[in-house]
Design a protein around this ligand. Structure first.
Ligand SMILES: Cc1ncc(COP(=O)(O)O)c(C=O)c1O
Length: 409
């Protein structure tokens, strides 16, 4: 049964998370379905950043490293993030970008499994994951094993594998691994499981402890709403925390940074994964942003993600049959996104933007829509599909000017 708009509005009235939307600055009339790429601005972040710039930096200057606790801010942010990962605060580090964290943890994983030269990743993973795994294989004299689908993983697992790095949710299709079962299969051959949670944390019921995961990384600017270029995070299970060795042993990861010793002594636990001075403005923006999700149960976020994406799939099937749903149809088998295939996907996304519906395009032919459960309404889903239909009916996606690619798609 396909819902009416009034029925979608009723779903919003009954939504326990509906109140979270007021904690975001969302332009009137905009249907923002791209929070899986860049999360919306939470209320309070602009004020916090202004205070940090004007007061803490502008007036208090260098004294703020101590007075405003800039130096230890990354530990506070890690503690705020840990519940969204199903992890302990002492298992999470906030630093650098996801790419840099992948490098650090892939090297650390190979060092934790001496005599095992192989790294396994998906060929279709987010490209940075593949590039970095290849680089780590080259730098460590190892070997990269690429798989093309989940079905190929069992055959790729043997006693030569040090680490398997997988994105829980595929950035392109939204397909989701069964992380607990997959981690168990990886462990069965003695290898380590590294999860890229960029498209999961803040939208799904991530449970690194329950999965028995070894390592993880993820972005701070998607469903965590930390802002463009927000610091990323790493997870190291407590059982490995004092054994991991970072290939980027910078002074912020030293046990005593201000001893200014020429000899590197790693800080205890995950603190050693810090390298250099963090981007304090971005770090404190992320800290403020995380207040929105404080205390929100991960399972409630995931339950709403299932319902939002299911509604979108149902409406697209009913009203836009020329768009093929490529995301899995089983809600638990996908992230909080739905990808649609169309040969004119790029100009379609740009035509929709002209109608204030923001999604994004992933090459070669995917129109991708994200549904952050913290601020997406059921009526937004309904309105978006109505506007997609209207755009197609008006042939706006056939405008050749919209086919010219912009720098960022
Ligand atoms: C799954 C995944 N991994 C890694 C990255 C790269 O993150 P960063 O640019 O912070 O290195 C992205 C960026 O979108 C991503 O989607």
């Amino acid at each position: 049964m396909v819902l009416s708009r009034a029925q979608a509005a009723e779903l919003d009235r009954r939504d326990d998370l509906a109140g979270l939307r007021a904690r975001f600055v969302l332009p009137d009339g905009l249907l923002y379905l791209d929070g899986n790429s860049l999360g919306a601005l939470p209320v309070g972040v602009a004020e916090r950043v202004a205070h940090v710039v004007e007061h803490e930096w502008g007036r208090r200057l260098i004294r703020s490293w101590n007075e405003a606790e800039w130096f230890t801010a990354h530990r506070r942010v890690a503690a705020a993030l840990a519940p969204l990962l199903g992890a302990g605060a002492d298992e999470v580090a906030v630093a650098d970008s996801t790419s840099v964290n992948l490098f650090k943890l892939l090297v650390a994983a190979v060092r934790l499994r001496p005599g095992r030269p192989v790294l396994v990743v998906e060929r279709g993973a987010f490209p940075t994951d593949v590039y970095l795994a290849r680089s780590v294989a080259e730098l460590t004299g190892g070997e990269l094993r690429l798989i093309d689908s989940p079905a190929e993983l069992p055959a790729a697992l043997d006693e030569r594998v040090a680490v398997v790095g997988l994105s829980e949710v595929d950035f392109r299709t939204g397909a989701r691994w069964d992380a607990a079962a997959t981690t168990a299969a990886i462990h069965a051959v003695g290898a380590l499981a590294l999860w890229d949670l960029s498209h999961s944390t803040g939208a799904l019921d991530v449970d690194l402890t329950g999965w028995d995961a070894d390592l993880a990384v993820g972005c701070g600017y998607k469903y965590l709403n930390g802002g463009p270029g927000a610091p990323a995070y790493c997870f190291v299970a407590a059982r490995h925390a004092d054994a991991v060795l970072t290939p980027l042993p910078g002074w912020h990861g030293h046990a005593e940074p201000f001893a200014m010793s020429p000899d590197y002594v790693p800080a205890p636990g995950v603190g050693r994964l810090a390298a250099g001075t963090p981007p304090v403005l971005s770090l404190l923006a992320l800290e403020q942003a995380l207040e929105v999700l404080a205390g929100v149960p991960r399972a409630a976020l995931e339950a709403k993600a299932h319902r939002l994406t299911s509604l979108f799939v149902e409406l697209v099937d009913a009203h836009c049959p020329e768009l093929a749903v490529v995301s899995p149809r089983e809600p638990a088998a996908r992230g909080s996104q739905v990808s649609l295939r169309h040969e004119l996907a790029y100009p379609l996304i740009r035509a929709l933007a002209q109608r204030q519906v923001i999604g994004d395009f992933r090459t070669p032919d995917i129109a991708r829509f994200g549904f952050p459960p913290a601020y997406t309404r059921f009526v937004d889903v309904w309105d978006a599909v109505r506007l997609i239909r209207a755009t197609l009916d008006a042939d706006e996606h056939r405008d050749p000017r919209l086919a010219v690619r912009e720098t960022v798609t």
